[in-house]
Design a protein around this ligand. Structure first.
Ligand code: TGC
Ligand code: FAD
Length: 417
């Protein structure tokens, strides 16, 4: 008779193809062997980092020191983990579910590493793949798939986060140079921006007020027209680099504008793919919290030398987390399959992004209690996941915003404004 597997309680692995299992195993191995050691422990691999923030020294630890090792993107590129579900241009052409299993493996280590990868794969490469001209695809996608070019996605502004439609960044025809626009404005809370080579910036055309997407190449921006200062001292996501994009009459060729998409459909289409990746990614973080809490509860003894795992209140926390993780993975696999069949709606993605982020944060916070005072030490990893999961619930549409997207679909009444 079948045995219950607490790591996969509803046998979700049975829904995966052989290829998907092999891809997930490759990703898990890389993440556990190469990424996990970088988060807290000293790791020679951070020496000589390519980071534009200056070379990291051997004492630099990703989460503690807010260091992002640029070499990670190249390593992921070599393994075919970037833009994995895109067709052509050196991308692996996997299923949507397989790409989600990669984000789950990465986020099992740290949401910050998944963030850096999601922006590259889903938001920037995905956007270029869907909306780019032939020239843009040929120029950017292959080096991005190899991790040689790093991308950032600039939608949020200091005054407009949940409501990007009110953005103030503008693109005007260049006053003297034909075939060019000049971009002015500020984006904030932008993952990868301080070290990105290509910045996808969403701006309103001054003449029409329509939102268009531009590929701003750092190397081609004259001095003083593009600044990307880092936002330091974050409470979470410390293993990823976050910053602003400040544009001051920055000249960008018209050839770097997406030719045919206008309005919010452009950035939101990129977000559909990234939000899907987050929905499986946060399940990886929750599964890691569960595994660590279970081990701790079996080893730690209190009252008559009993393991914490003997006590019913502790077992309930483990049961709740295992249940929510299993349900979340199943739901994400179902939506991934529908996405590949062209049957997924944005509301389905809102539903799994909201539910999985909320349940991951709630359960991680409950599991944190099992560690008692040790939860305060980063060496137990649980506090890091909790801090990260707060951010995942906030970016790519805060959970309440996804509630309103679902509420609109259920009632037909728009409640945002
Ligand atoms: P609304 O009227 O609803 O829509 C405007 C136009 O956009 C279309 N659209 C979509 N298209 C494709 N996919 C979707 N999911 C879409 N949602 C909307 C819609 O059909 C319409 O098209 P058209 O042609 O008719 O103009 O727009 P609204 O202004 O009322 O939007 C409200 C709301 C709340 C839905 C939206 O503004 C929203 O989702 N806000 C959340 C903002 C957000 O998610 N920001 C993410 C920033 S990027 C980020 O966080 C990256 S973190 C990366 C990391 O580190 O992992
Ligand atoms: P606000 O829009 O000010 O919202 C604040 C609160 O009010 C939220 O709880 C929200 O749900 C609530 N609220 C707002 N409007 C309503 C309403 N109508 N009804 C009910 N409640 C409402 N953005 C990018 O473009 N690119 C990136 O790469 C990126 N990376 C990020 C990385 C990190 C580490 C962080 C923290 C953020 C990142 N973001 C990025 C920005 C992120 O998408 C925004 O923070 C998010 O969309 C929320 O916007 P806001 O912070 O301006 O909050």
């Amino acid at each position: 008779s079948p045995a219950f597997d607490w790591k996969d309680p509803l046998a979700s692995n049975d829904l995966l193809t052989e290829d998907e299992i092999a891809i997930a195993e490759t990703a898990e191995r890389y993440c556990q062997e190469q990424l996990l050691p970088r988060v807290l422990r000293k790791c020679a691999a951070t020496a000589g980092s390519l980071s534009r923030r200056g070379p990291a020294n051997e004492e630099t630890l990703a989460y503690r020191d807010e260091n992002y090792d640029r070499a990670i993107l190249s390593e992921m590129g070599e393994l075919g983990l970037l833009g994995a579900n895109l067709q052509g241009y050196g991308c692996a052409g996997t299923s949507t579910v397989a790409a989600g299993l990669i984000t789950r493996a990465v986020e099992r280590v740290d949401s910050g590493y998944r963030s850096g990868m999601s922006v590259q794969s889903s938001l920037v490469m995905g956007g270029i793949h869907e909306f780019g001209s032939t020239e843009q695809k040929e120029k950017f996608l292959e080096p991005m798939a190899r991790g040689k070019l790093l991308g950032a996605f600039g939608l949020t502004e200091p005054n407009h986060g949940s409501d990007p439609g009110s953005m103030e960044t503008t693109a005007r025809p260049h006053p003297t140079k034909s075939g060019y626009y000049v971009l002015s404005g500020a984006k904030t809370w932008i993952t990868n921006s301080p070290i990105a080579d290509v910045l996808m910036v969403w701006a309103k055309l001054a003449e029409t007020g329509k939102i268009r997407g531009f590929l701003v190449e750092r190397a081609n921006c004259p001095a003083g027209t593009l600044e990307t200062p880092a936002l330091k001292n974050k409470n979470g996501l410390r293993a990823s680099v976050t910053g602003m994009i400040q544009l001051d009459n920055c000249p960008v060729p018209a050839a770097n504008m997406f030719p045919s998409v206008e309005g919010l459909r452009g950035p939101f289409s990129c977000l559909n793919s990234a939000r899907y990746g987050i929905s499986l990614g946060v399940m990886g973080a929750l599964e890691d919290c569960l595994s660590r809490a279970r081990t701790y509860a079996l080893e730690r003894r209190q009252f008559k030398n009993n393991p914490l795992a003997k006590y019913q209140l502790v077992q309930k926390k483990l049961a709740d987390a295992a249940t929510d993780a299993a349900y979340g993975v199943l739901a994400a696999i179902q939506v991934g399959r529908l996405k590949d069949e062209g049957k997924a709606t944005p509301e389905m993605i809102s539903m799994i992004k909201r539910q999985n982020c909320d349940r991951a944060l709630h359960n991680a916070r409950m599991l944190q209690e099992i560690f008692g005072g040790n939860a305060a030490s980063d060496e137990y990893h649980i506090g890091r996941h909790v801090a990260n999961l707060f951010v995942t619930q906030t970016y790519e549409g805060q959970s309440d915003i996804h509630s309103l997207i679902l509420g609109r679909a259920i009632t037909g009444i728009q409640a945002f404004a």
